[in-house]
Design a protein around this ligand. Structure first.
Ligand SMILES: [Zn+2]
Length: 490
């Protein structure tokens, strides 16, 4: 049983002294919390504000400004924005909606943020198993990509990933893959929010002839989506070992000029760090510090190998860390020292990585692994509690992508990116602690609804913006094509 049981749970830094004077919601457990005026826009009895939708939920997890559980709560949504969250009676007294959605057996929470992945690689799911990172990349993935990559491959692979992510409650994802303009177009068509980290790599590939060509194309992509609400373009230098110093400097210069993020694989495994010491006499992280690249706009993915000094460097510079525990374990890459990073004040987000090294895109599963691994590493069951794991999967991811003021929590004024999880199944009963059940049960498969900027992308478990049958048919077609290609001489 969670340690918090038996007393009010309040994870905010600024305890509200008025809390005790406010009316309590129906409560079946001390974990459940009363609402404060900061959650609700109080309305006069006579005037009701029109809105598009009121969601009445069994439980609501706002994540911020307080990481608490609200029981029998409601959310009013107008256009793409959350207007108010509060006790059911209070919201119904203040708002009149075009549609009222009853979700009595559901937990409603912010949409999950998958902060690292390669969506189209879903078509390689399960193709190569049981290899370590370097062999997996050099002997399998890179040769496959050199023979198969086209805009059509990326289109169909991205659609497959989008369908899976939406059904798992992911409403925002970061992607680093070739033909990023195709990924951006498909994500926008499916109504998902995305950070497109266009790939910068020194090797010629199906999308770019050189790093300079990639930068040219990526900057044009940024121009296309400069004012888009859903698509955000970032720089995606693949890694320090696959991009020259001159090109990393160019990335840094453009990123500062345009105020864009930089997304990079860093210290993924011990071999990468050993190679760095052999090649340049120091770690890649120290090298990036010398280049001046460590800053809050840098999103460092993996970081399984960090010294205490390097953790201090990351904290001092405000670098975002993206932890992909399933991929790291599967490729035997190592384990990100999450608890040490969080203790040092570093923001840590979660990513699935591509399905080729996972093999699923289940962010709540990543949150579970992150929590379990941190407890195991520190030999302390109190480390990385479920509340923190869920925060990493939502607000932590939003902050890592520079979207912390827009999404990641259910707060008035933020974008209406939210999901509902149906907890009526036996595996969720009894439900003493909704957050623990989301993390430690297979809750990703129980996501029933999802909205992005107020638009439904999943309704009662059915995709609203993608044709699931044609997505699956295309994946089967590519499976046959990939098998045929591999039978041909290289
Ligand atoms: Zn990756």
């Amino acid at each position: 049983m969670a340690a918090e049981k038996g007393r009010r749970v309040d994870f905010s830094e600024d305890n509200d002294p008025t809390l005790d004077h406010l009316p309590a919601l129906k409560s079946t457990s001390p974990l459940f919390i009363i609402l404060t005026p900061s959650y609700t826009r109080l309305m006069s009895d006579q005037v009701k504000t029109p809105c598009d939708t009121i969601i009445n939920a069994g439980w609501v997890l706002p994540i911020a400004p307080r990481n608490i559980v609200l029981e029998e709560a409601s959310i009013a949504i107008g256009g793409e924005t959350i207007l108010a969250i509060g006790a059911r009676g209070e919201i119904e007294a203040g708002y009149v909606a075009q549609s009222n959605l009853q979700l009595p057996d559901h937990i409603v929470l912010p949409g999950l943020v998958n902060a690292h992945g390669h969506a189209a690689m879903s078509l390689f799911r399960g193709f190569t198993e049981d290899l370590p990172l370097q062999a997996w990349l050099k002997d399998s993935i890179w040769p496959l990509e050199s023979r198969l990559l086209t805009a059509e491959f990326v289109r169909d692979g991205t659609r497959l990933a989008l369908a899976e992510m939406i059904k798992a409650g992911i409403t925002c994802f970061s992607d680093m893959y070739f033909f990023p303009e195709v990924v951006a177009r498909e994500a926008q068509a499916a109504g998902l929010r995305t950070q497109i980290a266009f790939p910068v790599i020194k090797f010629a590939n199906a999308w770019s002839t050189s790093a300079a060509d990639a930068l040219h194309k990526g900057l044009a992509l940024h121009d296309t989506y400069r004012n888009d609400n859903l698509v955000h373009v970032a720089f995606g230098p693949h890694s320090t070992y696959s991009v020259s110093e001159a090109d990393l400097n160019k990335v840094m210069m453009y990123a500062e000029e345009l105020d864009l993020n930089i997304h990079i694989h860093l210290h993924e495994n011990a071999q990468e760090v050993t190679d760095a010491h052999n090649r340049i006499g120091r770690s890649w992280l120290v090298y990036l510090r010398e280049l001046g690249m460590l800053s809050p706009r840098l999103q460092a993915v993996h970081a399984t190998q960090l010294t205490p000094d390097e953790i201090a460097l990351l904290a001092e510079a405000g670098v975002q860390i993206i932890h992909c525990p399933h991929s790291n374990l599967k490729l035997a890459s190592g384990i990100c020292p999450t608890n040490q990073l969080l203790t040092a004040g570093v923001n840590v987000a979660l990513g699935t990585d591509g399905a080729a090294s996972n093999n699923s895109l289940d962010l709540l599963g990543e949150a579970r692994l992150a929590s379990l691994l941190a407890k195991h590493l520190e030999a302390d069951a109190a480390v990385l509690p479920e509340t923190k794991a869920l925060e990493m999967a939502t607000l932590g991811g939003a902050r890592a992508l520079g979207l912390g003021d827009k999404i990641g929590s259910l707060e008035p004024g933020k974008q209406a990116d939210l999901i509902a999880v149906d907890v009526s199944e036996p595996r969720f009963q009894p439900l003493y602690d909704p957050i623990a059940q989301l993390i430690h049960t297979d809750a990703g498969s129980a996501v029933s609804h999802a909205w992005v900027a107020g638009n439904a992308v999943l309704i009662e478990g059915l995709l609203a913006t993608l044709d699931e049958a044609s997505v699956v048919a295309a994946a089967k077609h590519w499976q046959a094509t990939i098998n045929r290609t591999c039978e041909l001489p290289a």
